[in-house]
Design a binder for this molecule. Sequence first.
Ligand SMILES: [Mg+2]
Length: 247
Amino acid sequence: MRETGFRSHIPEPTIRIFTDFDGTMTREDVGRELFRHFCGSTVFNHIRSRWVDGAMTAPEAYDALCRSIPVLRETDLRDFLLPYEIDPSFPRFAEWCAERNYPLLILSDGADQYIDILLNKAGLSMPHLSNRMHLTPTSPDMEYPHFDPRCPSIANCKSNHVALRAQDDDLIVYIGDGASDFEAAQYADMVFARGALEQYCQEQNITFRRFYHFTTVREVLSLMISQNTLRRRKRAELRRRGLWSGG
Ligand SMILES: [Mg+2]
C-alpha cells in the first residue's frame, strides 16, 4: 500500500551512525577495568574521583593512570583482554550499515590498543577515532589527538567528530551509554541509549530509545526508515551548525 515507487525517486538522505565503544559495543567498560586492573583499585579510584570532580582534565587523569603502571607489555594486555568481547550482534549490524551505505564510525574515549585487539578478535576491521596508547619498555604513553579544551572531561571530543562529518541533509544516529557520550548525543537526531546516557537524555529532554544489543538498534532503525519516521531534530541540527559558526 505504500508509495514505494514514488518514494524511490526521492534522493535518500545519508544516515550517519556513530557509536561509543566501552559499555556500548562491549558489555563492560573495558578501558575502566583495564586501568583498574593495572593501576590497582586504590590508585585508580583516587585518580578517577579527581577526574569526575573536575579537578583533573581527562588527559591529565589518563596520564596519571599511565604513570602509575610500571610497565605494560602487549602480552599483559592480551591476557587481560581474554575474557572480553564485542557484542556478538555488532558484526551483523556493521554489515547491515555497509549494505545500505550508512557510514558507521566508532568514537571512543578509550584507547586504540585494546579496541584494535577486540575488533580483531571479532573479525572486524573498521574505522574508529579514539585516544592512542603507546606501549614502551616502561609506563605506557597516551596521546590525545582529538582533545578539545571546550570539553575537558573527555580526552576525545566526540561532538566535534559528529559536527565535522554531518552534512546538512544527513540524519545523525548516536549510540552510547555513558558520560563521554553526553555532549555528542545533543548533536544527534536519534539516540540509542542505556546506562548513564539514558538518564542524561531524560533530563535533557533528548528523545532516545533504550537498547540492549545492536539487533535492537538495527530493527528500530529499519522500522523508522521504512515508516519515514527518522527525522531531523531541530535542536540537534542547530547545534551541529552552531558549533562551527560559533568558531
Ligand atoms: Mg561508554
